[in-house]
Design a protein around this ligand. Structure first.
Ligand SMILES: Cc1cc2nc3c(=O)[nH]c(=O)nc-3n(C[C@H](O)[C@H](O)[C@H](O)COP(=O)(O)OP(=O)(O)OC[C@H]3O[C@@H](n4cnc5c(N)ncnc54)[C@H](O)[C@@H]3O)c2cc1C
Length: 388
């Protein structure tokens, strides 16, 4: 399609799970794809990085799950739900949709694997570029971006489609004036750190009114341990002393789980104060949004990466339809409808979870709703033809 040093078919802002996956898929279709990323290659980001089955299905479909496993990421074969003091339910991860285990790769690994796959597919990825605005033609259609590289030099990149894979604070969404079509009422905060020496082999989730916690085995023998509560409580009780608040909340929610007392907590903790979940209209003339830029679920869902990998696939199907001659409006409306059909029920359950205004019976019900929505997602993803 487009030629010339700053002319591409697709310009993507952001090179993590949404951007790198989209770049890989579009480059595999033979498109000239440029990805611009502000951070450096391999940089970490805020995330407890647990993949749900839909995410594992996508990585397997793309031939990347083996790389995650080969990098020593532990296979998760069971999930344990702890409700209050004396109610624990264990669910084994049964083989389904070609996946017999879940994984929680560090983002330094997952995002890197996706970027490598995008480059291998033919995409060009530039790090250290801060995109500062969108460019439009005389009709108002978005035709590319402008930004600055690390030296401060101005950079312009033009394409038929500009994709915002630039996360929750998406500049592309803002400058394209993407409307927010749904906003949640809940907002949960998360504090986490990577512990060593903990005996944990599966995902473990803890719920107690007003708080949550999770144990997530990951690379290098570490376990990501998070404590969660409402943004309101985080600001009142944790913000003053995050470390003390984290330890207090963990103790409260896990019922002083003996494993956490058997080893020292990590020196480095990460905190996310939370924001309400949202859904944005993910396309307009010359632009589209994927990942958190378009749809954000509270981190208590541990589903944002899976959302991003799913929507990369759905967006690439819409682009393929346009390449086959379908009207952009039809193809991108279909992308939006498919995304919202799959994510809508998850949004409702996660938003209620993020209020932290539940009881133990009602949190069980919400988790069942979420689990059923995730099963529907896996079915929908499995039904997609990779080459459609
Ligand atoms: C505390 C926390 C815990 C979480 N835990 C989980 C979990 O366990 N499981 C899960 O599935 N999800 C989890 N999530 C959600 C998950 O991290 C996100 O959904 C996921 O990272 C979204 O990927 P993305 O590629 O859309 O955006 P991001 O990961 O936010 O990447 C966007 C990229 O765009 C770049 N960028 C932004 N603006 C510009 C610009 N102007 N110019 C150039 N580059 C730009 C950024 O540098 C960034 O690298 C968690 C989130 C948080 C906050």
């Amino acid at each position: 399609m487009n030629q010339g040093p700053d002319r591409h078919d697709v310009v993507i802002v952001g090179a993590r799970c949404a951007g790198a996956a989209t770049a890989m898929l579009l480059a595999k279709r033979g498109l000239n794809v440029l990805v611009l990323e502000r951070a450096r290659l391999g940089a970490d980001t805020l995330s407890t990085h647990a993949l749900m089955r839909g995410g594992a299905v996508q990585l397997r479909r793309w031939g990347l799950l083996d790389r995650i496993s080969a990098a020593g990421t532990p296979a998760i074969r069971r999930t344990r739900f702890h409700y209050g003091d004396d109610d624990t339910t264990t669910v084994s991860i049964k083989p389904a949709a070609g996946v017999d285990a879940l994984y929680a790769p560090r983002r330094t690994l997952l995002d890197r694997v996706l970027v490598d796959a995008a480059i291998s597919a033919g995409a060009q990825v530039k790090f250290g570029v801060d995109v500062t605005g969108l460019e439009r033609d005389s009709t108002g259609r978005v035709v590319g971006v402008v930004g600055r590289d690390r030296r401060g030099d101005l950079l312009r990149a033009h394409g038929w489609l500009t994709v915002g894979a630039d996360g929750a604070r998406s500049l592309v969404a803002r400058d394209a004036e993407a409307t927010t079509v749904r906003t949640g009422v809940g907002s949960g905060a998360i504090v986490y750190g990577h512990w060593v020496g903990l005996d944990v082999t599966g995902y473990e989730w803890f719920y107690r009114p007003g708080g949550s916690a999770g144990l997530i085995p990951t690379n290098d023998g570490a376990v990501c341990v998070f404590a969660g509560t409402s943004t309101y409580r985080f600001q009142r009780e944790l913000l003053g002393d995050i470390r003390a608040g984290y330890m207090r909340l963990l103790k409260e929610v896990t019922g002083a789980d003996a494993r956490l007392g058997s080893t020292s907590p990590p020196r480095r903790l990460h905190a996310h104060p939370g924001r309400p979940s949202y859904v944005r209209k993910p396309w307009g003339p010359g632009w589209a949004l994927v990942g958190d830029a378009g749809l954000y679920l509270d981190p208590l869902s541990t589903h944002g990466i899976t959302d991003a990998l799913r929507d990369a696939q759905l967006l690439s199907h819409a682009v393929a339809a346009v390449l086959r001659g379908e009207e952009e409006v039809t193809a991108f409306s279909h992308y939006e409808a498919r995304r919202d059909h799959i994510a809508g029920p998850m949004f409702s359950a996660v938003d209620q979870l993020a209020t932290y205004r539940w009881t133990l019976p009602s949190v069980r019900r919400l988790l069942l709703e979420l689990s059923s929505a995730m099963s529907d997602e896996v079915e929908a993803l499995s039904a997609l033809r990779a080459d459609a």
